[in-house]
Design a protein around this ligand. Sequence first.
Ligand SMILES: C[S@@+](CC[C@H](N)C(=O)[O-])C[C@H]1O[C@@H](n2cnc3c(N)ncnc32)[C@H](O)[C@@H]1O
Length: 368
Amino acid sequence: MTEYLFYCRSGYEPDLLAELDDKLALRGHCGFANFQKDSAVLRYQLVSESSNTIRQRNSMIALSDLVFARQKCLVLLDVSFSDLTDRVFEILSALSTIDLQQIVFGDIRVEHADTESGKEMAKFCKKFTVPLRNALRAKNLLFKQPDKRAPYLHLFFESGEKCLLAISFAKDRSEDLLGVKRLKFPQDAPSRSTLKLEEAIQSFCTRAQQSMLFVNGMSAVDLGACPGGWTYQLVSRGIRTEAIDNGAMDEKLMQTGLVDYHSVDGFSYRPQQGHVDWLVCDMIEKPDRVALLMQTWLQNAWASAAIFNLKLPMKKRYKTLAPLMEQFHQLHQKESPAYITAKHLYHNRDEVTVMIIKNSQMLREFSN
Ligand SMILES: C[S@@+](CC[C@H](N)C(=O)[O-])C[C@H]1O[C@@H](n2cnc3c(N)ncnc32)[C@H](O)[C@@H]1O
C-alpha cells in the first residue's frame, strides 16, 4: 500500500486534494484522500498497489511538484499507544514490524498539525524528541549525527494516544519542522510583506544558488512596491531597484541610493534601461492579469527572471491556479527553456508565489 502524508495550511486541504488528483492522474495514478476540514493534514492513498521499495513508492510525486503541500512523507504505520507511560518502547516495537530495507534514519521530526488544537501537542512533541532519538540510536536506526542526505523518520502526533510513523527523503522534503519556514522579521524592514519574498528566495533557491542569482550590482523592478518590504530584500542584497507604486516608499530605503521610485501604473511601466535581472511583483490584482503581465515581461526579455504573487479566490484556488501555471509552462521551449516553480508559502495568505527563470546563464544554476 502506498500512502502519503502531507501538511498544508489549515483550510487548504481541498485545494491540495484537487492538485494531487490532477497531478497524479497525469502520472497514471489515482487514489483517494482522508482528511478533516481545517486539519492542515491530508493522507492520500494510491489505489494502484505496488510491491516496490520504500524509496520507489515515495517517488510517485515530488514535493516540489505540489504548490499547496508544505511537507510530504510516505506513511509507514499507524500507532495507537496501549501504554502511555512508555511510548518510546511502543514506537520501537512498531518499527520492528516494518521492513525498513536497511534504512538508517538521518534525523527525526516529531510533529503535530499546524492548527490551534495541534499546537497543544507542541510541548509534548519537543520533550519527546530527545528520548526517542537516544532510543533509536541505541538500536542503530538513527545515525549518531544528523545526516541531511539520509531519510528522516517523522512521527505525526494527532493526540497523545495516537501517532503516525512516516518517512521522508532528501531533496524531496522540507528540512523545516512541520514544513514551516520561520523567519525573523528584520527590524528595519518597512513591512511584514518582506518575509514573503525572503521565504520565496530561501525556499526556491539553495544557498549556493542564492549567492549566484541575487548578486550585488544586479538590477530589478518591483511592481506594487510600497511601502518597500520586497524592495528591502533586493536592496539588502545590493540590487538596484526601480520601485513602482502610487503609494509612499519608506524613507530609509530611498536614502540607500539604490532605489529609483516611479509613481506610475505597474501594468504600463517598462524598465528604464530596457532590461533588468529580476522582476518582482506583489500587486493586489486579478491573478490572470498579473500572470499575463509576467509572461509579457519574460517573453520580451525585459527581465531575466521573475518572482511574483498570484492572489487566489476563497474557493477553488487550485482550479484558478492550474490554467495560469499551464500558461507559464508555455514559456518553456526546447530552444529557450524556463525553470518554473510555485508554492503556497508559510508567510502567504490567499496567494501563491511563483518563480520563473528564463535567462540561460541563471538557468544553469538549476540544471543539476
Ligand atoms: C501588498 S502591497 C505590496 C507590499 C510590498 N510588496 C511590500 O513588501 O511592502 C500591494 C501594493 O500594490 C500597489 N498596486 C496595486 N495596483 C497597482 C498598480 N496597478 N500599479 C502600481 N502599484 C499597484 C498598491 O498601491 C500596494 O502598495
